[in-house]
Ligand binder design. Sequence first.
Ligand SMILES: [Zn+2]
Length: 310
Amino acid sequence: MEFPSLEGIRVFERGWLSSNQVLIPAAAGESGALLIDSGHGLHSEQTVSLLRAELQGQGLRAVLNTHLHSDHCGGNARLQRAFGAEVWVPEGEAALARHWEEAALSHALSGQYLPRFKVQRSVAAGEIVEAGGLAWELLAAPGHDPHALMLFERERGLLISGDALWERGHAVVFPELVGESGFEEALWTLETIEHLPVRCVVPGHGRAFTDVATSLRHARECLIRWQRDPFMHARHALRVLVKYHLMEVGREPVAATLIWAAGVPLLRRMWERFAPAGVASPASWCEQVLGELLGRGLARRVGDEVLDTA
Ligand SMILES: [Zn+2]
């Protein structure tokens, strides 16, 4: 087996719009399987099919979200309906999600799609969650998202890292885009990982990997570059947000993309802080970045429309 740490555990590796899902089947005496993250709302039908095939009649006890970005909790509502699963979310955002304070939740700030779900339980760093006959430690993973959690199973050395550690590079550090601290926290999270006996990582996006030291080095280099040049980080973040939007809509008139950009609260705040001099509005900054995506083949233009490319 390629990853002995993953024995009995099923990883659904999805594209970049949906996060991966990790399914931990129930051990004897447990009331159902536990799923870590539920992917994007637009893919939730497929998520349900994948799970039905894998569960083979076993119940789904709960979905635990590493953090509440729309690509990690978009399937929650559908899975609640399909399987009667509970939803467990990180303590830091539990109250916002319980009352669905949309204006403060990241999907609305970023102009993204997220079906509303119900929160049954909040979980916090330091807790142990029993699943699959294993003890999963919940660890704080601030940086990319201030409230994010990771799961670590010590006997197997298995880390489910969410977006705190990828095989290469580092996820956008969202707090920094609105003038809050995040780079230091992200570096702290990498240090936490470095001090754990990790043998295998299942990240939120991309394949599982075992060369943790190399990934930590790449992530650190990336963060240090951004720390030195936060404008570069912000521009990268804008490219990521626009590309994500295109993945959500598939294709639309360029004018619709610019109207979207004008209405996204996070883009306005990023523009106020980081836009180059002479860029008159969030929409015109978006237009520039769209040009970059087209130039790199990450989007395609046909007449007045822009199309996402895989
Ligand atoms: Zn995320």
